[in-house]
Design a protein around this ligand. Structure first.
Ligand SMILES: [Zn+2]
Length: 572
């Protein structure tokens, strides 16, 4: 007890149980316990009690972090490197040494000379998350469409009206000014940085003029995180004809030259090649993109009538000259409702697939195609996995813990039901439209007649490590960034998050991948590092005045709603 507290003068006791010397006996104790656990064949990545530590919240970040040749070491965290090529990728306790913007070394007890230290004991250290499809320009519209589906289905339901196509694209998007684009992009980007998402593919379909494009790109640079600028169409405005200054797609060479002539910067460019805009647009955008050696990304989903278009592209019969085909340079978003033939081609050419699990489930894109990808991978004996994407915050959070949990739960829902429906070798294997237990259910002998052993041909349930892989290294591959980011690998740039499992929603730590995927949210994202530079420290974003930016975003929201003729109705 504290005398001063008792006398009614509350004291800050944050430090009371801290070790005085960071290199002292407490660390030795931890080393001993970690070594002991390893010797017993168990570790934090299996199941083992953790030694948790409070942290020294008053220390500032290491000086000159991210600057050329400047070194610091992240000490003593539980490290997941996510490096698919490394022999050892998970350490109950290890260090990460950073020099300038790059990772120099990962491993236990690194000798780091006089490098500054970040104490990560009791914390989790892993690569930042990578979002391969996010419409950041819609940040001012957050929660507006929390019930909406893609297109008015004429049902008169609250999901049909308002809907995404009619309101977000045709009503709100056309009124955006360049300054709206800037603050929406910046705020949405900082918000995800706060959540540990260190890389984004921003699908900015808001290019009503070159000024709009430049505002979007400037915001991506100003956010200070890794980003792919996706140069897409002038959404909505192109349909209703209110964009006389529209320069999509022919402005792409100018944009690439002006903004992306260096590969040694945080932001690079992807060409948007939407195929529902019509064959002439596909011809033009894909041709320009390929001439510029850019990846070509497109939303691929049956609700917009894309299935037959995708079939033609799979046959190298796309565009109005019938010579556009899909290739390794494609990044396909959603891939819901496509034909077996198109899928075979996507796998064969090595194109990338981005799945937006929560949004696809919520907004009627169709079943997220994870089971299909697993079955194709198994049959072809080659890896075939998605990356994850948040899509639109008008309907769903861009939080990545939600992404990973949704991916895992959706897949497990389907697989678990397939198993329950398949006793004694598939007798009850359902029509995918009927995943409930059939009326004439066959059972298995024993104490648990409704709990069959999984028959052959049903994929393994996704695990926490699977979705962590989707959320990190797969995203880097999907954006052609795997040489730069996506794992904690010496030589790659230091895009690192430190997660705090000592908080009330996670402690005690018993399993590292499990804690991250199953329990955490953004309150556990303690520190965020992009290319060696610390952007969030001890729970606070650095170098940003969020209150001021929020006011600007609210002013933008007021303008957009008013110009679009939609009242702000907090209980609509
Ligand atoms: Zn999208």
């Amino acid at each position: 007890m504290c005398k001063l507290c008792d006398e009614g003068k509350p004291q800050n006791h944050d430090y009371d149980d801290k070790p005085e010397d960071h290199s002292g006996s407490r660390r030795d104790f931890l080393k001993t316990t970690a070594a002991g656990a390893a010797a017993a064949g168990a570790g934090l990545f299996g199941a083992r009690p953790a030694a948790a530590h409070d942290d020294d919240d008053r220390r500032g970040p290491p000086e000159d972090h991210g600057k050329h040749r400047r070194r610091y070491v992240i000490r003593g965290g539980s490290v997941m490197t996510m490096d698919p090529n490394a022999k050892e990728t998970e350490f109950p306790q290890a260090d990460v040494l950073i020099e300038g913007k790059k990772i120099l070394h990962v491993g236990p007890n690194i000798h780091a000379g006089d490098a500054a230290e970040i104490d990560a004991r009791g914390k989790i250290v892993m690569p930042g998350f990578i979002d391969t499809h996010h419409h950041q320009f819609e940040t001012a519209l957050r929660s507006f469409l929390a019930n909406g589906v893609l297109i008015d289905d004429k049902s008169g339901s609250k999901s049909a009206m308002p809907n995404y196509f009619g309101f977000i694209l045709l009503t709100f998007a056309p009124v955006y000014r360049p300054q709206d684009v800037y603050i929406n992009e910046l705020f949405g980007g900082l918000s995800q940085l706060d959540d540990g998402v260190t890389t984004v593919h921003d699908v900015s379909q808001i290019h009503h003029s070159p000024q709009h494009s430049d505002a979007a790109i400037q915001a991506l640079f100003d956010t200070g995180r890794r980003a792919a600028f996706g140069f897409f169409e002038s959404a909505g405005a192109a349909v209703i004809g209110t964009n006389p200054d529209n320069k999509y797609p022919q402005d792409a060479p100018r944009i690439k030259k002006q903004w992306f002539s260096s590969s040694d910067q945080l932001v690079h460019m992807i060409m948007g090649g939407e195929v529902y805009l019509g064959d002439p647009s596909t011809q033009q955008s894909w041709t320009i993109g390929r001439e510029l050696d850019l990846q070509i990304a497109a939303h691929i989903l049956s609700p917009f009538g894309i299935r037959p278009i995708m079939d033609r592209l799979a046959n190298n019969d796309g565009g109005d000259k019938h010579n556009i085909g899909i290739g390794r340079d494609n990044l396909f978003i959603h891939m819901t409702g496509m034909s077996d033939m198109a899928w075979d081609k996507v796998l064969a050419v090595g194109a990338q697939v981005s799945i937006a699990f929560p949004i696809e489930m919520n907004m009627r894109h169709g079943m997220p195609p994870i089971i299909r990808m697993q079955m194709m991978s198994e049959a072809a004996k080659v890896p075939f996995e998605p990356s994850l994407s948040t899509d639109v915050e008008c309907t769903m959070t861009a939080d990545f813990f939600t992404q990973m949990r949704s991916a895992m739960n959706l897949q497990r829902l389907v697989v678990n039901q397939m198993i329950l429906n398949s006793p004694n070798g598939n007798q009850n294997l359902p029509d995918p439209r009927n995943w409930e237990l059939p009326q004439s259910a066959v059972t298995v002998p024993g104490d648990f007649p409704y709990w069959p052993t999984p028959p052959a041909g049903i994929p393994a349930p996704l695990t926490t490590r699977d979705v962590l892989r989707y959320a990190t290294i797969n995203g880097a591959k999907a954006l052609r960034l795997e040489k730069k980011t996506g794992s904690l690998t010496p030589g790659k740039e230091a895009d690192i998050i430190i997660l705090d499992p000592t908080r009330i929603n996670v402690a005690p730590l018993n399993n590292v991948p499990g804690a991250v995927v199953s329990l955490m949210d953004r309150t556990n994202v303690e520190t965020v590092i992009v290319a060696g530079k610390i952007r969030k420290w001890k729970g606070q974003l650095l170098d940003v005045d969020i209150r001021q930016l929020r006011r600007k975003l609210e002013a933008s929201r007021d303008y957009i709603f008013s110009k679009a003729g939609i009242p702000v109705d907090l209980f609509a």
